[in-house]
Design a binder for this molecule. Structure first.
Ligand SMILES: NC(=O)c1ccc[n+]([C@@H]2O[C@H](COP(=O)([O-])OP(=O)(O)OC[C@H]3O[C@@H](n4cnc5c(N)ncnc54)[C@H](OP(=O)(O)O)[C@@H]3O)[C@@H](O)[C@H]2O)c1
Length: 228
């Protein structure tokens, strides 16, 4: 709710940039739904709503047309899990005369931490939905997007990329391989901790010995001073 509220405020502030624009957004439920509703109030020329679930896309379409009847809305079936569906959706856009061009493409759809699964073409689901599909989509719409010299592509992401770089060696995140690598990580960590403990123990033993020597010397010196 908070994001929708601040989104509305931002969309009004940026109204001169939104006014008259043709905007295509993927994943138009939840945050994406809030986004298109916020943008609709700043008079875009057309909103194209792309999603995998037709009923949910229709729900968002109705919310927009109820509140902003002057905004033209188009819908597009797009399942980013399947690259052939992505190609089909892009071809649909290329062939639709009622979507003249695209000023802004918002790659918003995404999934996070879902169960490991592969797409029909054999790609790990998060990789294909979040990245590969969104890369292929505009690339297959080149004829349409090049009609706008100032096209803007917005890629919505999150802070997850800060946790680890992309692992080119096992990009499909195969479960067994990941498990094996995690085990190796754990093992090297264990070895590092063990050698650290060993060093600390050695250091402690050495310090203990040194302390003994210092105390003995100190006792000897004190005794001599007493007898003198
Ligand atoms: N929520 C957060 O706290 C947060 C934080 C940082 C970044 N983000 C980013 O914000 C964006 C939207 O997040 P959200 O919270 O609204 O996520 P969400 O609730 O999971 O919604 C994601 C959208 O992606 C769509 N989607 C999922 N799989 C798809 C597929 N195979 N093909 C086409 N569309 C698909 C979903 O459609 P359905 O409704 O049909 O499932 C939904 O519209 C994401 O890119 C996310 O990384 C979110």
């Amino acid at each position: 709710m908070c994001s929708v509220k601040s989104g509305n405020k931002l969309a009004l502030e940026l109204a001169p940039m939104i006014d008259g624009k043709v905007i295509l957004t993927t994943g138009v439920t939840l945050l994406g739904g809030g986004f298109v509703l916020a943008v609709a109030r700043s008079k875009p020329s057309m909103l194209t709503l792309a999603g995998r679930n037709t009923a949910k896309v229709e729900e968002t379409t109705k919310a927009i047309t109820d509140q902003f009847p002057l905004v033209k809305v188009r819908t597009l079936e797009l399942n980013l899990l399947s690259l052939s569906s992505v190609r089909k959706a892009a071809d649909t856009v290329n062939g639709r005369a009622d979507i003249p061009h695209i000023d802004v493409l918002v790659n918003n759809a995404g999934v996070m931490a879902v169960d490991w699964a592969v797409s029909p073409e054999g790609y790990e689901s998060q990789l294909v939905i979040n990245r590969l599909g969104h890369f292929l989509f505009p690339n297959t719409m080149i004829p349409k997007i090049l009609k706008c010299p100032q096209l803007r592509i917005v890629v919505v992401s999150n802070n997850g990329h800060r946790l680890s770089p992309f692992r080119f060696d096992y990009w499909n995140f195969r479960v067994r391989l990941v498990f094996f690598i995690a085990l190796l990580d754990l093992l090297t960590y264990y070895i590092r901790v063990q050698s650290w403990i060993h060093t600390q123990l050695k250091l402690a033993k050495h310090t203990y010995k040194m302390a003994g020597v210092i105390i003995s010397v100190w006792v000897m010196v004190s005794r001599r001073q007493l007898t003198c």
